[in-house]
Design a protein around this ligand. Sequence first.
Ligand SMILES: *[C@@H]1O[C@H](CO)[C@@H](O)[C@H](O)[C@H]1NC(C)=O
Length: 215
Amino acid sequence: MASQILFLGLIMLTCSIALASDSSPLQDFCVADFNGPVLVNGFACKDPKLVQADDFFVSGLHLMGNTSNAMGSKGTLVTVAQLPGLNTLGISMARIDFAPWGVNPPHIHPRATEILTILEGTIQVGFITSNPENRLITKVLQKGDVFVFPQGLVHFQRNVGNGNAIGIAGLSSQNPGVNTVGNVVFGAKPDIPDDLLAKAFQVDVNIIDQIQSKF
Ligand SMILES: *[C@@H]1O[C@H](CO)[C@@H](O)[C@H](O)[C@H]1NC(C)=O
């Protein structure tokens, strides 16, 4: 009986590990066929005989993103949508540009762990652990430093220098997803009822209305 429970426990553990990131490929590659009629988890494969080098290639990551926005930051993604050869490979990347004191606001990647390398500037990073501890783990990074944000945790980055800053992120999914906390909570379409959010955040409804108007 005890051994059966142990066996069951092992199976559950194995399954949860396997489901924590993109599933492993069963072939050399499966270049995304965006126009295919078949709906699957990810994208159907382009005919391997028609695959070209350009299916595994993208250019332009040397170009600075446009940081002229309210946050003062811009992420340039290289996920399966930009690079069809990433389909089924469980990996992607992004360049993140920061204006002086620009912020990449608190967000979650529902499907990926992120590993960030600082190429230029000084960047404060942080993530917050799950309930009930909600511990903020934060550090100031310099050029050449590397920091990892565990999958599914709320995290942020901020340029704490007076020059531009650049980071390159690796992500453990072909399609990591981005749920920006402000956008999902205050910019939902249609709005989450303001009295509900007033209760959730323990403030007056008019404060919620004011924040919702910014998203
Ligand atoms: C950058 O974005 C701003 C705001 O959207 C826009 O006005 C400006 O033309 C953009 N600059 C470049 C170089 O694309």
